[in-house]
Design a protein around this ligand. Structure first.
Ligand SMILES: Nc1ncnc2c1ncn2[C@@H]1O[C@H](COP(=O)(O)OP(=O)(O)OP(=O)(O)O)[C@@H](O)[C@H]1O
Ligand SMILES: [Mg+2]
Length: 252
């Protein structure tokens, strides 16, 4: 059974159909990439899955339960947790305390929450920054803090909305390592990303949205040869570059 089963989800904002009968599944233990041009409906779909929006129609099944219309808090407690494209840490609080807030979602025990926060700080390579006010971090640091805070809630499904955006290529590499470590620890991941070098080599499956409609769902190496995806999003140049990288043994 899939961990996440999105069935015919439609989200309308007035006349605008931001998600149009989108269906796909996320298998337990996998990494699924969600890509598509700006305004394709990726963040809206995350919002529908995690309870920040109630879909106009369709349903979301998570871990065998229908979670359509539940609140973000209820859904997070069940184990589906997301990060935000626009990071919003509690700026005055330290990095450590921000992560601690996440840890308290699943435990009220101080000792357990502190231990979990420390563990997540380490996994996300934030040790040297943990005493700083969150507002002082670079974009890359803030993105890793978002990740640590979500991780602290002990999710089964972690949904990342552009965690690699604005990062240097070194930071992208660090993030990819962190994500692979998370998968090894048993977390299922769904990742919205424009940074193709970050997502393509690690995803088991890619789902592609364009204008609210799912135009493709397939393995990354088939997605890059899919003409509708190239036309809508990747562009022919990218497909050539990816092929050359693959042949050169640089990725995947
Ligand atoms: N709360 C809202 N009210 C009205 N329209 C919205 C709302 N949220 C999103 N939209 C519209 O829905 C469409 C999809 O937006 P969404 O943010 O989901 O795209 P996206 O794929 O995440 O884009 P990006 O890659 O730029 O982050 C856009 O046309 C957007 O303007
Ligand atoms: Mg978005």
């Amino acid at each position: 059974m899939a961990l996440l089963d999105v069935r015919d989800v439609t989200m309308k904002f007035g006349e605008l159909v931001a998600n149009d009968r989108v269906s796909f599944t996320v298998e337990s233990g996998s990494i699924v990439g969600l890509i598509g041009p700006n305004g394709a409906g990726k963040t809206t779909l995350f919002n529908c899955i995690t309870g920040f929006l109630k879909p106009t129609s369709g349903s979301v099944i998570f871990d065998g339960a229908d979670i359509t219309g539940l609140t973000p808090y209820q859904i997070a407690r069940m184990g589906a947790v997301r990060t935000f494209q626009v990071v919003r840490p509690l700026k005055e609080m330290t990095v450590f305390d921000n992560v601690l807030v996440g840890a308290f979602l699943k435990t009220s025990g101080n000792r357990e929450a502190f231990a979990r926060a420390a563990e997540c700080i380490e996994i996300c390579s934030l040790e040297s920054l943990q005493e700083k006010p969150a507002g002082e971090l670079s974009i890359g640091g803030k993105k890793r803090l978002e990740l640590a805070r979500a991780l602290a809630t002990r999710p089964k499904l972690l949904m990342l909305d552009e965690v690699m955006a604005g990062m240097t290529s070194t930071e992208v590499k660090v993030s990819v390592e962190v994500i692979l470590r998370l998968r090894e620890s048993g977390i299922t991941l769904m990742i919205v990303e424009h940074v193709m070098e970050g997502i393509m080599p690690i995803a088991d499956k890619m789902v592609v949205l364009d204008g609210g409609v799912k135009i493709a769902e397939d393995a990354p190496d088939r997605i890059i040869n899919d003409e509708s995806v190239i036309e809508a999003y990747l562009g022919a140049k990218y497909a050539q570059r990816f092929k050359a990288q693959k042949e050169g043994g640089l990725i995947g």
